[in-house]
Design a protein around this ligand. Structure first.
Ligand code: GLV
Length: 379
């Protein structure tokens, strides 16, 4: 077993252990993947200001996101098909998040259902909503999240249509995977994954199958999304969803200050600056590049968070320094899950917390709530 010292180690191990179509689903962006790459590259280019001879004792990463106490300002982002990275993946990730004291966001496109995750955790998690054409189903989905005690709804606004991901098309991504020779040959080289999948019956979309009427063939994810997701989604729908939900609302996928202002007007509690991990509009700027203008426009009116490209505690502190009050990680925890199950998610969180803690100290601070633009190195 290799010594794991960074998220990259978890990625390498996940690539070895997870069947190609599911590893590729995560480690991919749309079209040329330029936005996907720039999310990380732009973060890495932000330089930090080192301070010395300041008291670095008694440090804390604890803060709040939408009023909830968190052990660090990092939530686990909603990731579709998490339960295909490892059997019962969403339950494992939610448990790791709960023990670590950070929020877990369950995707609409999860394998384990809202009820499965609620039955296997003891603290409220957040539910991410995709809006589909079947509004009865969406209404019931919101009600199910409420009944399960979810403490926030994360409404994704940037996936009415799906960006083309070449790898998914080439791999014939489906869940469960089709029993083709190629898939069987690939899975045969992943005994840990096969074993974890044999331990569970959850191998399809738990929130959808058996709950939505008229759901036909889900074997082609891209075709299914094109049929079911509602391309007419607009701000009136956001108002309707807010009303039906009646709790804390977070809007995900904002990349423009004008949209951020509309998000504030909608009455949402937080917004997430996000380009969907570079999986939607290829050619959009990195989310860290989009962040400062949005913070300038609405940072005093709403909590602004960011996701995309965060692979370390250094990246988290960079986002905070540019004005984000919270961050989300997707791939970073999913690699941990694919590599080592729940322990791998915990490992990812530990790595990021440790990097964040030490980096904060090197920048001369002891309290994560004090991080601001003054820790940035400017020529
Ligand atoms: C869905 O959330 C995706 O990006 O595949």
């Amino acid at each position: 077993m290799p010594v794991i010292t960074c998220i990259e180690d978890l990625r390498v191990l996940a690539k070895r252990r997870v069947p190609r179509m599911f590893y590729d689903y995560v480690d991919a962006g749309s079209w040329t993947e330029s936005t996907y790459r720039n999310n990380s590259l732009d973060l890495a280019s932000i330089k930090l200001r080192q301070r010395v001879a300041v008291d670095m004792d008694r440090r804390t990463l604890a803060t709040r996101m939408i009023g909830e106490n968190v052990s660090m300002p990092v939530a686990l982002a909603p990731v579709g098909l998490t339960g295909m990275q490892h059997g019962d993946g969403e339950i494992h990730a939610a448990r790791a998040a709960e023990k670590f004291g950070v929020p877990f966001v369950l995707s609409t496109m999860s394998i384990c259902s809202i009820e499965d995750v609620a039955a296997n955790t003891s603290r409220p998690f957040w539910f991410q909503l995709y809006v589909m054409r079947d509004r009865d189903f969406i209404g019931r989905l919101i009600d199910r999240a409420k009944a399960a005690g979810c403490s926030a709804l994360v409404l994704t606004l940037d996936l009415q249509i799906l960006g083309q991901r070449h790898k998914d098309l080439k791999n014939g991504l489906s869940t469960p995977p089709k029993p083709t020779l190629r898939n069987i040959a690939n899975m045969a080289t992943k005994p840990r994954w096969c074993w974890s999948m044999l331990q569970t019956r959850r191998r399809s979309f738990g929130n959808i199958v058996g709950h939505a009427s008229g759901v036909g063939d889900m074997s082609s994810l891209s075709q299914w999304t094109a049929q079911q997701f509602d391309p007419t989604l607009n701000w009136d729908d956001v108002a309707w969803i807010k009303e039906r939900w009646g709790g804390k609302l977070i809007l995900k996928g904002i990349m423009d200050p004008e949209d951020a202002m509309l998000a504030v007007r909608s009455g949402a509690d937080a917004l997430i600056v996000s380009n969907h991990g570079g999986r939607q509009l290829d050619g959009a700027p990195s989310s860290i590049a989009a962040l400062p203008a949005i913070v300038d426009a609405v940072g005093g009116d709403i909590e602004v968070w960011v996701d995309g490209g965060i692979r370390s505690g250094q990246d988290v502190i960079r986002a905070l320094a540019l004005g984000a009050r919270g961050t989300l990680i997707g791939r970073a925890f999913v690699y941990g899950l694919g590599a080592l199950g729940e322990a791998g998610v915990t490992k990812a969180l530990q790595l990021i917390a440790n990097e964040l803690d030490l980096t904060m100290a090197f920048c001369g601070l002891r309290d994560v709530n004090a991080v601001d633009g003054s820790i940035l190195f400017r020529n």
